[in-house]
Ligand binder design. Sequence first.
Ligand code: ATR
Length: 300
Amino acid sequence: MEIMKEKAKIDGRTGVLGIIGMPVEHTLSPLIHNTLAEDLHHPLVYVPFPVALRDRLGDAVKGAFALGVQGLNVTVPYKKTVIPHLEGLDPLAEKIGAVNTLVRGRSGYIGHNTDILGLERALELRGIILRGRAVILIGAGGAARAAGYLCADRQVRRLYILNRTPEKAIALKEDILASYPGCHITAGALSAAAEIPEKSAAAIQCTSVGLFPGVNETPVDSSHFFDKLEFAMDLVYNPEETAFLRRVRQHGGQTENGLQMLLWQAVRSYELWTGSRISDEEARRVGELLGASLRGKQHG
Ligand code: ATR
């Protein structure tokens, strides 16, 4: 009976959404988007499309467009390399140089970056308004890059970029300054964390340190650093509380893991694809499902 019911949901009018990347087996995006489509009674299915051969990415994107695929997410390792295969870019996505969402244009897809919109929303929900704040980024990879451009675009008072390899932090600073010359940025090594002259900064942990199974690791260890934080978000959501967030909490700071960002980047993508507005209440419902699914997977 269950199988019959599932089959009946797909008919000649069903639209297709999906995610391209490699690997895509563990993605939580199908759970989020298929739940949204079901709840909102939209005739859509969201499926993973593994693109195993990197040199066939262009074929995959053009093929998806020709097949009428309504929207795509793009994940590792294609967030940058997909750009030459697109018809155009949203201005902020263009500055960052990375996209995670493709929306149909006239003769190809337009690239957007909802990772940053999801991050902004997750911060907002905790009352963190970037404008005028001091923000400390830990990391200088792809995730930190998106967070850094968001901070610059939303006019933080000062942005600190700290990374294990300081040269990469400095390179990210230079890149951001090229687009936002007025932004105040200090870049350096993780060891500089203790000397940051702030009292109530917000930190965004953008490295994979602390991710299962290395759950006791934290990219910064200095107590002086944790004393400066009023709030910290860790983009990691598995485990729910990383060693980094535990330290923040122990030093009296507020904390948030990466689950809301994951949820809200998906919500923003879904809104772009369908033109519908997802209510906070609906997003919360999906967020609860997502949390339950993660706990069920026991760190998988
Ligand atoms: P992502 O796209 O998830 O940001 P990435 O681009 O590979 O991934 O970047 C990984 C980030 O985590 C980098 O800032 C990396 O520091 P380096 O630039 O020095 O490599 C950081 N990172 C990874 N492992 C780390 C560790 N054990 N300690 C500190 N930083 C680490």
